[in-house]
Design a binder for this molecule. Structure first.
Ligand code: PGA
Length: 226
């Protein structure tokens, strides 16, 4: 199974910076280990420009959020239908910043999972260790194993305080118990080129924000994935 490394730009970068980032990744793609799949999650306005260059850069595309509703009268929301034709393969849902600043509930996240899957997009569901079961409980049972889970301890995000590897292993058992034995799990929270190797021993990839922003730094991080 390949390792998925998702670069989450959050609300950073403009279109010019996105182009530079993609050019550098494209130039370095042959130095990445086979079986390592790079994914980028740009801010929405940059999506068409990124989609145009993604294939030649050898990367896949994620969105950082998706509407819990079908296309319709939901001002400001971006529906899964809006994304057709833009090569979006994954949707990050329930990131801790969405839960904290936008007051998203487990039920909201579950509706986003449904929207993504019904439109052929794989949801990457972010969870912390203390609500793995609660989040799984409200997701449609038939969709549980179609999710990818990102274990993201809130205290590790953007702090430099990356999670203890033993703890990640324990949480991955809980995630399998809640979502299914074959579930793919990523780790996110202060992942760097120095520590990514150990997380790859116990997970299927990583969700990376801070260390994904500078393309040269991100290239080194991806090169460290074996
Ligand atoms: P970080 O963020 O890499 O800056 O710690 C991870 C995330 O928010 O997914």
């Amino acid at each position: 199974m390949s390792k998925l490394i998702i670069a989450n730009w959050k609300s950073q970068k403009n279109i010019k910076e996105a182009g530079i980032w993609l050019d550098i990744i494209k130039a370095e793609r042959d130095s990445f280990e086979e079986g390592v799949q790079v994914v980028v999650a740009p801010p929405y306005p940059l999506l068409p420009a990124v989609a145009e260059k993604a294939e030649e850069a050898g990367i896949e595309i994620a969105v950082q959020d998706i509407s819990p509703f079908e296309a319709g009268s939901y001002t400001g929301a971006v529906s899964a239908y809006n994304l057709s034709g833009l090569s979006v393969k994954y949707a990050i849902v329930g990131h801790s910043e969405r839960r904290l600043y936008f007051h998203e509930t487990h039920a909201d996240v579950a509706r986003k999972v449904t929207q993504a899957i019904e439109h052929g997009i794989t949801p990457v569901v972010c969870v912390d260790h203390d609500f793995v079961y609660e989040q799984a409980a409200v997701i449609d049972e038939e969709y549980l194993e179609q999710c990818i889970i990102a274990y993201e301890p809130a205290g590790a995000i953007g702090t430099g305080l990356n999670e203890d590897i033993g703890r990640v292993r324990r949480v991955s058992k809980r995630v399998r118990d809640a979502f299914g034995d074959d579930i793919r799990m990523l780790y996110g929270g202060s992942v760097t080129e120095e520590n990514i190797g150990e997380y790859m021993l116990v997970t299927d990839g990583a969700l990376v924000a801070t260390a994904s922003l500078k393309p040269e730094q991100f290239v080194k991080l991806v090169q460290a994935v074996k």
